[in-house]
Design a protein. Structure first.
Length: 328
């Protein structure tokens, strides 16, 4: 038994949100006042999460990315990582974080053989960083970035390109890849900010981001990526690291999608842009067996939409929830 949709795409990658809570208030993710966080009893327990991952791994999911909110906000997250590391069917455990709380855990993450860390950092300027995140934690996050770069963990920087905020720093981020073995990834801004799509002064889509970078460098080499990669990756000659662009909103990567999402409350999403298919938490708490959950996952994945536009159309093109509730 394996997870395969009707387009022949094999699902091998789970994005699992640990919590809907976050210690930052990034403008492109949620409103300034935050979001209405759910009661703790509505969140999946670690035991439930472990069971879900185990069942999915028996169906061919071999890569899991743990997101939030901010995963390190949730108490005992490191203990959950320890238990997850015993799942011998997983090839990769990755984490997406804002970096404000993880500095003291880096050594432990290395011990647990965590594969990679995606560090969200949208500005290299202290004041601008505070404006974007609505919190004054830049010094801490930047120091964590330097510590992670020296560690044995693979490091990717996630930069959401925001019109009118940080577009003047795109080249500064590319330059970070000159002497550091990192992957800088520029992400198209999406309307998951808790209030709907923000009005853009200028559209910073994949094409425009690449053109902007191309104007600054004589030569840019395309890097061969895995078929299911979310980013199109490049390298400046003789640079140690790489940069990539994720067409998250223009959605030109859907054809090779191998991903599913489960939110912190257990909502199963075949696509970032759908409204959720069913709640696995409710099935677990109503006594579903492992085999019943396997059948549920197999049947649900079979109906995975062809792309994000099809998924969005099923909800009348209305996407306005917070990225923090979806699982970043």
């Amino acid at each position: 038994m394996e997870l395969k949709d009707k387009f022949g795409r094999k699902i091998s990658y789970l994005r699992l949100a640990i919590t809907d809570r976050c210690n930052l208030r990034c403008q492109y993710c949620m409103p300034a006042q935050g979001i209405n966080i759910v009661a703790r009893k509505e969140l999946l327990t670690y035991k439930e999460m472990y069971r879900i991952v185990r069942i999915l791994s028996e169906l061919g999911v071999n890569k899991v990315r743990l997101t939030g909110g901010e995963p390190f906000v949730r108490k005992d997250f490191i203990h959950f990582l320890e238990s997850l590391s015993f799942n011998d069917k997983l090839n990769e455990i990755n984490i997406t974080t804002n970096g404000a709380l993880i500095s003291k855990h880096i050594e432990k993450l290395e011990e647990l053989n965590i594969n990679s860390i995606n560090l969200s950092i949208d500005s290299l300027q202290k004041e601008k960083f505070a404006k974007i995140t609505r919190r004054d934690v830049f010094d801490n996050v930047y120091e964590t970035f330097l510590d992670l770069e020296k560690s044995k963990l693979k490091l990717k920087l996630n930069v959401v390109v925001q019109s009118g905020f940080n577009t003047d720093e795109i080249i500064d981020f590319v330059q970070l890849s000159k002497d550091k073995d990192i992957a800088v990834r520029f992400i198209e801004e999406m309307p998951f900010n808790g209030k709907g799509q923000r009005k853009m002064d200028e559209e910073w889509n994949f094409k425009n981001i690449y053109s902007f970078i191309e104007n600054h460098y004589k030569t840019i080499n395309k890097v061969k990526s895995k078929k299911s990669s979310t980013s199109v990756n490049y390298q400046i000659p003789n640079y140690k690291g790489t940069f990539g662009i994720i067409p998250a909103f223009t959605r030109t990567i859907c054809g090779d999608c191998n991903r599913i999402r489960i939110t912190a409350t257990g909502l199963f999403k075949n696509c970032l842009f759908d409204s959720g298919v069913f709640n696995v938490r409710d099935f677990i708490r109503n006594g579903a067996t492992d085999d019943e959950l396997k059948d549920l996952f197999i049947n649900t994945v079979h109906h995975k939409p062809e792309n994000g536009f099809v998924a969005e159309a099923t909800r009348d093109n209305n996407v306005s929830e917070s990225m923090s509730t979806i699982g970043g």
